[in-house]
Design a protein around this ligand. Structure first.
Ligand code: HEM
Length: 465
């Protein structure tokens, strides 16, 4: 008989059994879109429906998803709402660029995101994670209580600022982290006028407030770039090998313009730390509720760090640590929804002969949130079972049923960087400390830009001794 206790089932909204009214849809989209989806979204391979008066295809079938994101990707553009929210911030950065600009930028950026460069950042990731734990050590042998969600954002931001700019930021008066925070909270939100498709000449109040913040932010990025360009001219051999230098080397007629480099720096700041932070926080929370799995992870970290000092090797040598992170991203995908729009009518035929016609201009929602919890694709979909992602079991997971980083030509360019960062950060955090929930730790998943623990994530952090 299996003596293991029942796996932990972390909090998630109960699927709706009745369709919501239009008003309820708008309210839920504004507050927490994760609460919108009904039973069919967790059971059906696809649903062609009307959503906010817009024809929408919810795609949960791995074959259909592969068709949209890979095989016929040329027929799909980025979703309208996503572009309305993100383009004013990111402009022609990789996440929001389309067509020829995207193609040229992605090609120019490939050398920046090679596994070799990601490995080059491992030492900074280790150092920054180590420095960060000073706050936990300072709490003494009985530990202290911390908002781990906020902490993980600080940690991943610190790692990003180091790997992006070597922390050589110019023109920020009261801290770059605060500037980023202000930018994302004022600009990165859906405006109700966008949802009801109000014409673009009607001013969006939320974005007007964000415009000044945006101008200040762009000026900081530009000053930082200019200072580095000067340094590259004056002393090319002594500049740090960070993202900024690597990107500036791609400047040129076949590569990136100065404006595109600025857009991409803003994009990396927007896309490159909050995602990883959320997944780390959910990992710590799920593990704190899964004592047997926590022991496995701690034993692995103790064993590997004792014999292998090079953090570059940890991603391969810590399958349990990687598995808990991947399982947390299954349950709480940092990017819960990928939105596309069909350029022309399209048809997908599944291997069993079932067929779906995808009309021109339809919005296609590929939602890691519902896909990763789909009843027909996963055994005990709501439970935290990291064993699924151990190398010996991984073969049972279809490439297109697990999409934390997306897939196809627009797959996350920072995936290797993020996985390496997560495993190193977890090795440092869980190697030195125990993270426990308190009686009132009850995070609720809320979709803002990412899937975040609403109300924060208060935990007790104690040295492991
Ligand atoms: C756990 C961490 C991360 C997650 C879960 C994540 C998730 C994703 C997803 C799902 C997409 C595809 C979006 C779509 O198809 O609509 C994406 C794209 C992207 N990500 Fe990440 N990301 C993470 C970390 C990073 C990091 C660290 C960086 C940069 C340093 C980054 C930069 C980007 C960029 C630039 C794109 C756009 C790629 C393109 O369209 O060509 N991401 N990410």
């Amino acid at each position: 008989m299996d003596a293991r206790p029942e796996p932990f089932v972390p909090p998630a909204p109960t699927p709706r059994t009745q369709p919501p009214s239009m008003l309820e849809v708008i309210r839920t989209v504004m507050n927490n879109p994760l609460e919108l989806w009904g039973e069919p979204s967790y059971n059906e391979p696809w649903i062609l429906t009307k959503f906010l008066n817009e024809r929408t295809l919810i795609a949960n079938h791995p074959g259909l998803i592969r068709h949209v994101l890979v095989d016929n990707a040329a027929n799909y553009r980025m979703g309208v709402i996503r572009q309305l929210v993100l383009r004013p911030i990111l402009n022609d950065g990789l996440l929001t660029a389309e067509g020829e600009v995207w193609k040229r930028s992605r090609k120019a950026m490939a050398p920046v995101f090679t596994p070799r460069h990601a490995r080059g950042f491992a030492t900074q990731m280790l150092e920054r994670s180590g420095n960060f734990t000073a706050r936990y050590a300072a709490a003494g042998p009985d530990g202290g209580i911390f908002d781990v969600s906020r902490d993980m954002t600080e940690l991943t931001f610190d790692i990003l600022a180091e790997t992006l700019f070597s922390n050589e930021v110019r023109g920020s008066d009261d801290g770059f982290a605060e500037d980023v925070d202000r930018l994302l909270s004022t600009m990165g939100r859906v405006d109700p006028l966008d949802l009801v498709k109000a014409p673009s000449w009607i001013p969006r109040v939320m974005r007007i407030a964000g415009r000044r913040v945006m101008a200040k932010f762009r000026s900081i990025v530009r000053q930082t770039m200019d200072a580095r360009l000067e340094r590259m001219k004056a002393a090319p051999d002594s500049v740090p090998e960070d993202f900024l230098t690597l990107l500036l080397r791609q400047m040129g007629p076949d590569g990136l313009s100065e404006q595109e480099i600025e857009d991409n720096l803003v994009t990396f700041i927007g896309a490159g730390h909050e995602t990883t932070a959320r997944a780390l926080a959910w990992t710590l929370y799920c593990l704190a509720n899964s004592p047997a799995e926590r022991l496995e992870v701690e034993a692995e970290i103790d064993r590997v760090t004792a014999s292998e000092p090079d953090p570059v090797k940890w991603l391969d040598q810590m399958p349990w640590t990687r598995a808990v992170f991947e399982e947390a991203m299954r349950l709480y995908p940092p990017a819960p929804s990928l939105n596309r729009r069909a350029v022309e009518e399209d048809v997908y035929t599944a291997p069993d002969g079932k067929c779906v016609t995808i009309p021109k201009d339809v919005t296609v929602l590929v939602m890691p949130w519902t896909l990763h919890r789909h009843r027909k694709l996963w055994d005990r979909p709501g439970a935290f079972i990291p064993q699924r992602f151990l190398p010996e079991n991984r073969g049972g997971i279809d490439r297109f049923q697990y999409l934390p980083f997306g897939a196809g030509p627009r797959v996350c360019i920072g995936a290797t960087f993020a996985l390496q960062e997560a495993v190193i950060a977890l090795a440092v955090l869980l190697g030195r400390f125990r993270f426990d929930v308190l009686p009132d730790t009850s995070p609720w998943p809320v979709q803002k830009l990412t899937t975040q623990p609403g109300g924060g994530l208060k935990m007790r952090v104690t040295p492991r001794g």
